[in-house]
Design a protein around this ligand. Structure first.
Ligand code: GDP
Ligand code: IMO
Ligand code: MG
Length: 432
């Protein structure tokens, strides 16, 4: 019997995954990041104190939880060290309880420069990336040219490979992108300064997970970004460069699919998106002002204003299917408290030949949302921890989401604090 949960986003990221991972980690032994990099920004609020994590698994605020950054993550060694220091300042030690895969590719300064140079060249067609070098780092992985964590262990080899790769990048950066060049020696020296700290944490994390599974330890797999930023299934090319859907929890760790026992889709009660790309339920004017101010919808990584919109029930239904979700966690319900009317998109107009229930993104530019409108509750739900204490209109809104997305809402989040959470069906107990 295993007790493993995957927690992933069903929209375009920032659904509140970090908060839910932190909350459910109270009951878990391991928390594993399995894809993405420091483009993620996961916010945790405990006793009024806010901590934003980009790379380190969100369960590590609990002193007994073991964290793993698995092979599917692209890791900037410098960001990793920064984050460990930030936690230390907050009296959280990760000593002997954070393990990093030997096979995880590195993000180095040339990836960041390339990301910035490409976005600049794209101009108005830019993706709106986080500028963290994520795309170029995954390109190196697929091109079989990446430096990986294990390469930090052999300084001579590292130095030779790094020189070759920097040459390759400089030729593109300078000739094609008319961008500044990068200095191989500076990168090498900086890597040498941090590598000993990191080498202590490098392990074959797949074996650690096999052992944890054999010992029936509870494991949480922490997704980053959201389902429609997926490189294959998202709004391409306005996506990130990893698979954000459930398959990454397998390929990004090395464990098998039977070890994923419950898959929780975290869904914001409305929608947001940072960066460019189609967003058919996007709101402007008063509603956008309301959602972005009350929801504090500014990126946890880049500080950019997030675009806002109504919940897209059609895409949510697709996210349920794509990820084989077991249940949803609806977050930020309290943000809707002062709205007289709340809308959910339940179908599209001008969908052409596209599948009505599970549309693809070809021809998506022309799609128009058809909304169902629900009465708001006009009462505070902030911090409510029992389902029966929610106003009846809020319960009605939740029931409608269940009907439209064809899945149960097993958890509800009513505030940023770890404990502002309603458990309708505990994912750990729902596993048979
Ligand atoms: P993530 O990337 O999915 O982990 O989400 P982010 O941390 O980027 O963004 C979610 C934001 O909403 C953070 O500022 C959280 O503290 C906050 N948050 C999460 N759940 C709730 C909730 O139920 N209510 C409110 N008001 N804020 C929440
Ligand atoms: P969390 O884990 C929201 C978006 C960027 C951009 C696109 C590509 O906090 O939910 P990238 O830098 O990945 O190449 O950018 O993806 N993006 C996110 N949006 N939340 C995230 O992570 C994101 N990570 C990347 O804004 O549109
Ligand atoms: Mg975020």
């Amino acid at each position: 019997m295993n007790n493993n949960i995957v927690i992933l986003g069903t929209q375009w990221g920032d659904e509140g995954k970090g908060k839910i991972v932190d909350f459910l980690s109270l009951d878990s032994a391991y928390v594993v990041r399995y894809h993405g990099g420091h483009n993620a920004g996961h916010t945790l609020v405990v006793d009024g104190k806010k901590i934003v994590l980009h790379l380190i698994p969100s369960g590590l605020l609990h002193p007994n939880v073991i964290g793993i950054i698995a092979n599917g993550v692209v890791i900037s060694p410098f960001e990793l060290i920064k984050e460990i220091k930030m936690l230390k300042k907050n009296y959280i030690s990760i000593k002997n309880r954070l393990f990093i895969s030997d096979s995880a590719p590195l993000i180095l300064p040339y990836h960041i420069e390339m990301d910035i140079a490409r976005e600049k060249k794209l101009g108005v067609n830019a993706i709106g990336t986080t500028g963290r070098g994520i795309g170029p780092a995954y390109e190196d992985k697929i091109a079989r040219r990446a430096l990986r964590m294990n390469d930090l262990k052999d300084e001579n080899k590292l130095s030779l490979r790094l020189e070759e790769i920097v040459d390759y990048y400089n030729s593109q950066l300078v000739s094609f992108y008319k961008h500044k060049s990068i200095n191989y020696k500076t990168i090498l020296n900086n890597l040498i300064k941090v590598k000993d700290l990191i080498c202590d944490m490098i392990q074959d994390t797949t074996s650690i997970l096999f052992k944890a599974i054999e010992n029936n330890k509870k494991i949480i797999f922490e997704g980053a970004q959201g389902s429609f930023l997926d490189i294959d299934h998202g709004t391409y090319p306005y996506v990130t460069s990893s698979n954000t859907t459930v398959g990454s929890a397998i390929t990004g760790t090395g464990i098998g699919p039977k070890n994923l026992n419950y898959i929780l889709g975290v869904t914001k009660a409305y929608s947001t998106r940072v960066g460019n790309g189609p967003f058919c339920t996007e709101t402007f004017g008063k509603i956008d002002d309301y959602l972005s101010k009350r929801g504090q919808e500014f990126g946890a990584t880049t500080g950019r204003k997030r675009r806002t919109g109504w919940l897209d029930g059609v895409l949510l239904r697709k996210a349920v299917k794509m990820n084989s979700l077991s249940g949803l966690c609806l977050t930020k319900l309290d943000i809707l408290d002062n709205l007289k009317e709340i809308k959910i998109c339940t179908s599209y107009k001008n969908i052409g030949v596209n599948n009505k229930n599970y549309p693809s993104f070809y021809g998506f530019e022309n799609v128009e949302p058809v909304y169902e409108v629900y009465p708001g509750w006009m009462k505070s739900t902030l911090g409510i921890r029992k389902i029966q204490d929610l106003p009846k209109e809020a319960r009605n809104y939740i029931n409608c989401i269940e009907r439209i997305a064809r899945i149960s809402v097993d958890m509800i989040s009513t505030g940023p604090d770890r404990f502002d959470t309603i458990i309708v069906n505990n994912p750990f107990l729902k596993i048979d």
